[in-house]
Structure formats: C-alpha cells, structure tokens
Write a protein that binds this ligand. Structure first.
Ligand code: GTR
Length: 337
C-alpha cells in the first residue's frame, strides 16, 4: 500500500469511527474499515441479500481491509433518513428506491413517471443501457447529491392494495387514502388515478394502515409480503402503474477518502450485485405471489381495457411533469426489449 493510500484509508477510518482489529485480518496490522449499509427490508430480501453477498466479496478482494455491516429492516430509519446519513458519511451504502432520489436529482424522476416503462423487461433494458448509465452518473456528478451512484436493482411493478374494497377502475379509488412514497410526483399520480395520495416513509405505513390513517398503499408483491401489509389490506389490484428501479448509492464523503483502487473495487462489485439481485428478485417475486394467493388475498388482474383507464387517468401528471423529461422519455421509449 502506498503511503498516500495509507493516509487516505486512515482518514476514511477515522471519519467512520471504525474499530481497529489490530493484527486480525491483514499482513501489516492495518485497521479494518467497516462500511455501514442500510435497507428498509429484512435479511433475505433480494436487495439485502445482494448487498450482504457483495460485502463478502469486498472483504475477500481487499484482503480483509474492508467489510460491510448490514442494518436491515429500517434499523437506521426510513429511506429519506438513510440518504441523509449517507450524505454526511454516517453510513456508506444506502439501498433505496429511485422514488426518494428524484427529489434530490430531478432527472431521476423520469423513472418515477407512471407507466413510463412498457413492462419490467423494458425497464431492465433501460437501466442496463446508456440511459441507465447516464442517470447513474448524474447522481454522482450532481453537486448537491453528495452521493456516488453505484448500481440499479429490480423492484418489479407496483400495484394498489387497500383494506376497503376491490379496485378495478379509477372510480373505485374515490375517497380512499393511499400511502405513496415521499415525492410530490407520487401524490399527484395517486390523485390522478382517483384516490387520495398521502406521502409518508415506509417506517410509518404499517401503523397508518392499522389505525386507518390510510386505507392502503401500493407496492410490488415482495414488499406487500415483506412489510406484512397483505393480512391488513386484502384487496390487491394489479394496476402496475409504477415500475421503479431500486438504487444503491454510496457516501461521497467516505468515497473521496478511499484509494482509487478501492473505489474501483467498490464500483465493480456493485455492478455484479445488480445482476445477482435480479435473479434473486425473480425467485422472490414468484414466491411472494404464491404466498399472497395462498393466504386468500383478493388478487385482481385487470383486463387491458381496465388497465388502459388507469393509463389514461395519469395524463395530468404527464402534462405537469412530462415536458421536463421529454428527451429522456423519447430515448426510453426507443429502447427495445
Ligand atoms: C419497496 C422498495 C423500498 C421502498 C418501499 C416503499 O418496493 O423496495 O425501497 O421504496 O417500496 O414503498 O417505501
């Protein structure tokens, strides 16, 4: 290790308040740096598992100089808090939905537009391609973000669930309070779809739903399952109105203190995690759907005419926000899948 790198690593370690493991892991007795990672989901969930596996590789490929400690299940708060902590270097890896990154780097909101992707396959082709790379770099380069964009992950398609009645049309959503992620774009989307969008962090949704502060929410099958919302809100309508990728970001403050070679390892391993998570996702989605159906949940598949009504309903959202992202949208639509 060059002297400069030792100093840098030392600075990064000091910034993290890292435990020195002495002669534990390495030939020169240098300190081991533990990166903190946060996720709202529990251990075993595809995003969590992908980051945990990445940590094992990181430890191996840095000869034990770096490791990842995962804080799952919202232990460090919701996603907004995770991003704030990453920005100040209080944690290093934040795995969040792109839904909460849009308010920080506006161009990312293009992925948060309702029905912007034709289907999940299309979304995957976009994030794997030039648009995906460009938007990832935007996060890293935006002066206000204080984050390094590392990789995308999968989160399937989001659909509406509620505890009041089955939903087949925008009219059915009238008067229902539906929780949306913290981003004004989503509140507008739910309002256009017929319901009342209420913005809140995932850390509050379970209580809000049991106490009736909201009547329901919207999410993909693994989240509906993992947050244990399905036993409360038993009507699940496959509206698939949002197909939002997940994203893994890293604290810029920590990153800037690392040796270039270590930065490169961190970036490379994240790219591998993107594809690894995808396999885990497909398996988990099938399992969760089965579990939901076996539990007797009213899973409502919409006809294409019914789905079209929801697509038509979000026209005002496109009128309000679409202009800003017109070029990106054109490029997204041109991606074949
Ligand atoms: C899930 C996603 C989380 C979080 C959550 C939410 O699908 O994996 O990152 O965004 O939705 O609705 O808050």
């Amino acid at each position: 290790m060059k002297r400069r790198d030792v100093l840098r690593t030392g600075a990064a370690a000091a910034a993290l308040g890292v435990t020195g493991l002495g002669f534990g892991g390495s030939a020169f007795g240098q300190q081991k740096t533990i990166f903190k990672a946060s996720d709202v989901h529990p251990l075993g969930y595809p995003t969590v598992e992908a980051v945990v596996r990445m940590g094992t590789k990181l430890e191996q490929q840095t000869n034990g100089r770096y490791a990842i400690q995962m804080f799952p299940s919202m232990q460090l708060g919701g996603e907004k808090e995770a991003l704030e902590q990453a920005q100040v270097g209080a944690l290093q890896y934040a795995r969040v939905s792109v839904g909460v990154v849009g308010p920080i780097v506006d161009d990312l909101n293009v992925f948060n537009m309702p029905f912007v992707f034709r289907d999940v396959k299309h979304m995957r082709a976009v994030i794997d391609g030039a648009v995906g790379e460009e938007l990832m770099n935007k996060i890293t380069n935006a002066s206000n973000s204080r984050l390094i964009g590392l990789c995308w992950m999968d989160a399937g398609a989001r659909s509406v669930y509620n505890k009041v009645r089955p939903i087949r049309s925008p009219d059915d959503l009238k008067g229902l309070k539906i929780r949306m992620m913290g981003n004004p774009l989503f509140v507008d989307t739910m309002n256009a779809m017929g319901g009342n969008g209420i913005s809140m962090g995932m850390d509050q949704v379970y209580n809000a739903m049991t106490t009736g502060v909201v009547d329901g929410a919207e999410n993909n099958p693994p989240s509906y399952d993992s947050f244990n919302h399905f036993p409360i809100a038993k009507n699940y309508s496959l509206t698939e109105h949002l197909i939002i990728p997940e994203i893994l970001v890293f604290s810029k403050r920590t990153f800037d203190g690392l040796a270039k070679a270590d930065q490169d390892i961190i970036k490379k391993l994240a790219k591998e995690a993107q594809l690894e998570q995808r396999k885990l996702w497909d398996e988990r989605e099938a399992q969760s759907m089965k579990k939901i159906k076996d539990a007797g949940i009213n899973v409502i598949t919409l006809t294409s005419a019914e789905k079209q009504k929801f697509q038509d309903s979000v026209k005002p959202v496109w009128e309000k926000y679409g202009g800003k992202y017109a070029d990106l949208v054109k490029r997204i639509q041109a991606v074949s899948s």
